[in-house]
Design a protein around this ligand. Structure first.
Ligand SMILES: NC(=O)c1ccc[n+]([C@@H]2O[C@H](COP(=O)([O-])OP(=O)(O)OC[C@H]3O[C@@H](n4cnc5c(N)ncnc54)[C@H](O)[C@@H]3O)[C@@H](O)[C@H]2O)c1
Ligand SMILES: [Zn+2]
Ligand SMILES: [Zn+2]
Length: 378
């Protein structure tokens, strides 16, 4: 079967809408008609190659983008019982097998089934089921939500309730869950905490909302883009600043010069400089959560180790916010239903064909989260 999809032919090339060929679902797979797909910065890290070593170019390109999305099951593979035609689903960049020690301990985001993320081919059997002009595609996170339809493993999909808008639901697929969980679960924000959120894109604004719900006393949102600072103020930030340096005085005021209780780092790219700045505003016995992706090859980051030890600071990584992909959609969409998590205020929709404009607007801070909608479907 055929369908339209956004393809990057080579490192750094713009998304181009192409007709692709899609093989039908086999055992353990379904065909998903995507309705809505969010633009997460991780797709950018692949398209512009910034976070992918050159050695991987032959695997990663041509690239079918998109790992944040929601859609409808259109066809099920032989023997599939977990999902039915007509089910509404959100994608998970982290598949969950339900059996490994991570899944068994509620940490499905770390599931061992994700080990072949950087390999081409389907999750179930490694075969290639998506091609453009006869060339095998690398499908982002084995999902490829920047497409009309793709064949996806059941393990990478979570069913959601039918009456939820798919546009809003698409965000809990990656950005909102990762940001929210980074403040609430990995950051472990407690009532009364002083929380700093660095980077106010789709992830950062969700971290602000998570910190607010967890009872933070003050939330300082930092981003150079004014539109995003204004959005953060509407959704829970008590103060905002354009840079960490600009925020230092406010943080010192709020903490008697001690530093913040939680610092959540979700800028487009976490450089060594940002990490060090983040650690410098983290208080004694406090937590700095690293969520954004690092600079390619920047492995030698100087950190003041004495300060880390003597001030007993925690630096924590965060994949999918420490949430479980099987738990996050229901939990977060439940908050959305109850008006405790505002997804609509974060979204600017664009027709799928307008992916170029959506990306330019995202990179220049003219929206909080761009969501591509397939006309007639969302
Ligand atoms: N760990 C995970 O599981 C996970 C999941 C999804 C995305 N990510 C990563 O999280 C990061 C954020 O993703 P996003 O989609 O929200 O990105 P985004 O591009 O939409 O937003 C990032 C924001 O950071 C701001 N920023 C850049 N440098 C800054 C600085 N020095 N100080 C303050 N703000 C700064 C930008 O202005 C922008 O508004 C990316 O690196 C992405 O790859 C990680
Ligand atoms: Zn993402
Ligand atoms: Zn598992």
């Amino acid at each position: 079967m055929k369908g339209l999809a956004a393809i990057a032919w080579r490192r750094g090339e713009p998304w181009s809408i192409e007709e692709i060929e899609i093989d039908p679902p086999g055992p353990g797979e379904v065909l998903v008609e995507w309705s809505a797909a969010g633009l997460c910065h991780s797709d950018e890290h692949f398209r512009d190659g910034g976070r992918v070593p050159v050695d991987f170019d032959d695997i990663v390109f041509p690239l079918l983008g998109g790992h944040e999305g929601a859609g409808v099951v259109a066809q099920v593979g032989p023997g599939v019982t977990e999902l039915e035609v007509g089910d509404h689903v959100v994608a998970s960049f982290s598949p969950t097998c339900g059996k490994c020690r991570y899944c068994a301990s509620g940490r499905g985001g770390l599931c061992n089934a994700n080990k072949d993320f950087m390999k081409r081919g389907q999750l179930v059997d490694g075969t290639v089921k998506h091609r453009v002009d006869g060339q095998d595609l690398y499908v982002m996170a084995k999902l490829g939500t920047f497409a009309e339809r793709t064949t996806v493993a059941v393990a990478s999909l979570v069913r959601i309730e039918q009456d939820l808008p798919l546009t809003a639901a698409s965000l809990v697929s990656c950005g909102v869950s990762t940001g929210w969980g980074s403040a609430v679960v990995r950051g472990d924000t407690r009532p009364g905490d002083i929380v700093v959120v660095v980077g106010l894109g789709g992830l950062g604004i969700s971290a602000v909302q998570g910190a607010r719900l967890a009872g933070a006393a003050e939330i300082i949102g930092i981003d150079p883009f004014e539109l995003r600072r204004t959005a953060a103020e509407k959704l829970g930030a008590t103060r905002t600043a354009a840079s960490i340096d600009e925020a230092r005085e406010i943080i010192a005021q709020f903490t008697n010069g001690q530093g913040a209780d939680r610092v959540i780092l979700l800028p487009s790219t976490v450089t060594g400089a940002i990490l060090n700045e983040g650690i410098s505003i983290t208080g004694k016995g406090a937590v700095c959560v690293v969520v954004g992706m690092g600079e390619l090859g920047e492995a030698d980051i100087p950190i003041d180790v004495g300060m880390l030890a003597l001030y007993q600071k925690d630096i924590r990584g965060s994949l999918f916010g420490g949430l479980d992909p099987r738990d996050a959609p229901e939990r977060l969409l439940g908050l959305y239903r109850r008006g405790l998590l505002d997804l609509d205020a974060m979204i600017t929709t664009y027709d799928f064909a307008e992916i170029g404009t959506a990306l330019a607007d995202s990179m220049e801070g003219r929206n909080v989260r761009a969501v591509l909608v397939q006309p007639e479907k969302a």
